[in-house]
Write a protein that binds this ligand. Structure first.
Ligand code: ADP
Ligand code: MG
Length: 252
């Protein structure tokens, strides 16, 4: 089991009182699996990722990553944020090697690996360009390569496509998904887009309103053989969409 949460709770101590963010969350993600987390806004999704990343400590329960209880941020984890957060004054090369610099891992071996990733994913001609010279999709690919540069086992993606317009989002999410599969990473994606979750995942975890608890888990193995865009054309897609949409009903 790559990620394993058992009866996890987290209550924030805020100046104006306590905020119960998570309550009794039990879920696990297997090695190489792609799991999406979907839930109402403010229910505790980012908090869940922060716990797995070792940035927050649970009030109750256990959080394990790759067989070890999480106590501090782990190099096994790579994080992809909501916006690509590329630094405009750094070249693409300067951006994709930033994580290595920060971790003092900017070795020739790691640099060679980054160069391979840039080549493999069609960015080798752009190393000396500035982020502003790239399309939204290419920038996302750079952000992913920067995350992959430190060779994490697990990727945590917190609504990474939400800054993109709808059309771009469709192709960029499929593109990023392909790279993640090819690199064989275990991934946990937070999204509020039901279609996106169905088109990309092996399983979908639906969370309740805050304090979040697991409402249901959907296994998508019937769609496994289809690529993200093809999934959208399958009858199972519609059925699942309506099912999850009802579960997320804002009136409940
Ligand atoms: P989501 O990502 O699902 O939108 P979050 O995990 O960011 O939700 O937040 C869950 C709840 O916890 C929200 O009510 C939010 O305001 C609150 N919260 C998040 N971070 C903190 C914090 N550091 N201190 C106090 N409350 C917080
Ligand atoms: Mg969030």
């Amino acid at each position: 089991m790559m990620i394993d949460l058992r009866q996890v709770a987290l209550t924030y101590q805020a100046p104006d009182g306590e905020v119960e963010a998570l309550k009794d969350v039990t879920l696990s993600v297997e090695d190489g699996e792609f799991v999406s987390i979907i839930g109402p806004s403010g229910c505790g999704k980012s908090t869940l990722l922060a716990l797995i990343a070792g940035l927050e400590t649970p009030t109750a329960g256990t959080v394990m990553v790759d067989g070890e209880t999480v106590t501090v941020p782990s190099p096994k984890i790579g994080f992809m944020p909501q916006r690509d957060q590329l630094f405009p004054w750094r070249s693409i090369w300067g951006n994709v090697t930033l994580g290595l610099e920060l971790r003092r891992q900017n070795t020739p071996e790691r640099q060679a690996h980054v160069r391979t990733l840039l080549e493999r994913y069609g960015l080798d001609g752009f190393a000396h360009k500035q982020p502003a010279q790239l399309s939204g999709g290419m920038r996302q690919r750079c952000a992913l390569i920067r995350t992959l540069a430190t060779e994490p086992k697990i990727l945590l993606l917190d609504e990474p496509f939400s800054a993109l317009d709808h059309q771009t989002r469709l192709s960029v999410s499929a593109d990023i998904h392909r790279i993640i599969r090819q690199e064989g990473k275990t991934s946990l994606l937070v999204t509020h887009d039901i279609s996106e979750a169905i088109s990309l995942s092996d399983r979908i975890v639906v969370l309740s309103h805050r304090p979040a608890t697991v409402k249901s888990i959907h296994d998508l193995s019937v769609l496994h053989r289809y690529a993200p865009m093809e999934r959208r054309a399958q009858p199972e897609f519609q059925t699942l969409f309506h099912h999850i949409w009802k579960e997320l009903d804002i009136n409940d």
